[in-house]
Design a protein around this ligand. Structure first.
Ligand SMILES: [Fe+2]
Ligand SMILES: [Fe+2]
Length: 294
């Protein structure tokens, strides 16, 4: 948090500082989960090992397994049983989500920006990106979920490690609205996409995630191979901001850009609107039941 020291850091210095911060403690777990997600040979016992050393996480998984989503006449009290009940993919999502939520602790709120709002935004983008992949492309969407959840990790880093400057920037944006990335570029010389990409590279994330996180505001920067994936994150980010799941007050990019990406992905607006509605309902249920609360 704010150390009271000034000046801005170079990107290299910022990354260096990440290694000794709270972000670093998340790194190991997130990298571990991602390698399990991307490894087809990974087994449920790999995940159970991660869960068993983390009591709050184990409690959350049991809570989900015993929820009405998975309604059953008996009560599940064993992690192995819970795993069978909720399934491997859902379990991975719960772990990843729980670990990420550890980065959003306090109740600080400035000019519409708060950790809670940033957390809701990240989760909303994750769910929307995943649901687009599932319903429109017939894929599991695990990487889309992971990229959505972590796409603004650069914002978390700036907030935690350049706190004073970051908060002044948010306050200045309130008076003269501009895109967050523009404000960051003029203040720090880099934006949160650049920070996220550098971290994802440093942590050896899969290329798809590196690009999805790094270029979510400018998908043209992504390689051809991951361009559509990155555009999906852009679309999810845009639509959830529009739906009130933003975390800072700022003008959205030109809507024509969004429409172009929707065409590039071959998505139909009526289908997309339906998916957004489903995700809003899901978020409402999650918030109501408090499964993924901060
Ligand atoms: Fe962003
Ligand atoms: Fe975002």
């Amino acid at each position: 948090m704010d150390t009271g020291k000034s000046p801005e850091l170079s990107l290299a210095d910022l990354l260096e500082r990440v290694e000794t911060s709270a972000i670093a403690s998340i790194k190991g777990t997130v990298s571990g989960i991602l390698s399990i997600i991307s490894d087809p040979a990974a087994s449920s016992s790999d995940l159970i090992q991660l869960i068993e050393v983390d009591p709050p996480l184990a409690a959350k998984i049991l809570r989900v397994a015993n929820s009405s989503y998975y309604a059953t006449s008996r009560t599940i009290s064993d992690i192995h049983q819970a795993l069978i009940w909720v399934g491997f993919d859902t379990l991975k999502e719960i772990i990843l989500t729980q670990k990420m939520s550890e980065l959003f602790h306090d109740g600080m709120s400035v000019c519409g920006y708060s950790h809670l709002h940033l957390w809701r935004h990240s989760l909303a983008v994750a769910l929307l990106a995943k649901t687009i992949y599932r319903r429109e492309f017939g894929e599991k969407g695990n990487n889309a979920y992971a990229a959505g959840l972590m796409h603004d990790i650069g914002v978390i880093v700036e907030d935690q490690l350049l706190h004073r400057e970051f908060i002044s920037m948010v306050q200045a944006m309130e008076k003269s609205p501009q895109a967050l990335t523009e404000a960051e570029l003029s203040l720090f010389g880099y934006d949160h996409g650049r920070v996220g990409r550098a971290l994802a590279e440093k942590w050896n994330f899969p290329a798809e995630l590196i690009e999805g996180i790094g270029f979510h505001h400018n998908p043209e920067g992504a390689s051809e191979k991951h361009c559509l994936f990155t555009k999906t994150i852009f679309i999810a980010d845009y639509l959830m901001f529009e739906q009130g799941y933003g975390y800072v007050r700022m003008p959205l990019p030109d809507r024509e850009i969004l429409q172009q990406y929707v065409r590039d992905l071959g998505l139909q607006w009526y289908a997309l609107r339906l998916i957004v509605e489903l995700v809003r309902e899901e978020l409402g249920q999650i918030e109501q039941k408090g499964y993924l609360a901060v």
